[in-house]
Design a protein around this ligand. Structure first.
Ligand SMILES: [Zn+2]
Length: 366
């Protein structure tokens, strides 16, 4: 471990990085900082879930909010993780009291419709990608289902559904919306309530990267998965950030480093950790025409199936250096405004009179 990716990733206690956030977010970021300083939030060392011996490159000493969390890249598989990371008790406190508001994701009355619409949009995309492989009337499970808007869409297509989440408020909305089998807690909560059910599809939409121990989770899933069933994992993809993304995030790795995402996976990282839990994993590419609010940023879609009894032989050839090079190159281009996605965003502004006019008005309003 040595240098950070570039000077802006260093922790500077005298001139700390100041993110542009709302006053509420600022308050919550300061709260996390004070809990860290007071030792109320405790950190413990982490290892890469690919199972390789610890051999990491330091990328950053801060997260996107300027909080002092270090991100490292596993030189074996290319997965980036926070190390050290919050222990279980600290994480529990963070997710219960801070997470949604700190990320500006609090649901307020009047925003439910757009929330459910966004959930339905990713359900459509998931169905378009895997429905062909599902038996008619099969069982589908979403881990981290929020308000269950996605499950509602899937249920309306004739599948049986179940979901679990830790956010009781949004799940209550889902129940009122007629979504069946929503349970508080982990996938175990579903298993306890419906022990006879085996799922044909278990999916996690922007949730897998939050899990403390993805290998343990996949081991647990084996109890609930049909032998021919599959798990679909959808996570952010930091290895395509040069190509697409919102104007503030395109090419900007710092935006992808934040405390709720313990991991930013490479495909090899997912394959190797999946193999440790007895699965084979392959990248799938959904139809790019199917847009969701998330597809404006790069996503990695990975399908996992139970490996044959002989076990899947994934190679463990180190690929991390290649990924580190990608991040270094992207950081240089980002600094010059020359990432492919940055250029595309600029061109889009220039070719859209409405967007250009909006920008001009903003300049004069200053
Ligand atoms: Zn690794």
């Amino acid at each position: 471990m040595s240098q950070v990716l570039s000077p802006r990733f260093a922790f500077n206690p005298t001139h700390p990085f100041k993110p542009s956030v709302s006053a509420t977010q600022r308050e919550l970021i300061d709260l996390v900082r004070s809990k860290l300083d007071a030792g109320e939030y405790r950190l413990h060392p982490t290892t890469c879930p690919c199972g390789a011996e610890k051999n990491d490159a330091l990328l950053s000493e801060i997260d996107r909010y300027g909080l002092p969390f270090k991100s490292v890249l596993c030189l074996s598989c290319g997965t980036v993780r926070i190390d050290p990371y919050l222990d279980e008790a600290s994480l529990g406190d963070f997710y219960t009291h801070t997470y949604r508001r700190m990320y500006g994701m609090d649901l307020e009355e009047g925003t439910y419709d757009s929330y459910f619409a966004s959930q339905r949009s990713y359900a459509e995309k998931i169905l378009a990608t895997v429905a062909d492989e599902l038996p008619e009337g099969g069982w589908v499970c979403e881990v981290g289902c929020g308000g269950g808007g996605a499950l509602k869409t899937i249920q309306d297509r004739g599948f049986h559904v179940a979901g679990c989440d830790y956010d009781t408020t949004v799940m209550e909305l889902g129940k009122q919306n007629g979504v069946a089998n929503l349970f508080y807690g982990s996938i175990d909560a579903i298993g306890n309530a419906m022990p006879e059910v085996k799922f044909d599809l278990i999916y996690l939409h922007h949730v897998f990267e939050h899990l403390t121990d993805p290998v343990a989770f996949l081991n647990q899933c084996r109890n609930f998965l049909n032998p021919n069933g599959q798990i679909l994992v959808i996570v952010p993809d930091i290895y395509h950030i040069d190509e697409i993304g919102h104007p503030a995030a395109v090419g900007n790795l710092l935006m992808y480093l934040h405390l709720a995402h313990k991991y930013n996976f490479s495909i090899e990282g997912v394959q190797r950790l999946a193999s440790r839990a007895g699965y084979c994993a392959e990248k799938v590419v959904p139809d790019a025409e199917l847009e969701t609010p998330w597809s404006k940023s790069p996503e990695l879609w990975v399908k996992l199936c139970l490996a044959a009894a002989t076990g899947e032989n994934t190679t463990s050839e180190p690929v991390g250096t290649r990924y580190l090079k990608y991040l270094k190159r992207t950081e240089s281009l980002y600094g010059m405004g020359l990432c492919k996605g940055q250029i595309a965003n600029k061109l889009e502004t220039l070719t859209s009179p409405d967007r250009l006019w909006h920008k001009v008005k903003r300049v004069f309003a200053r």
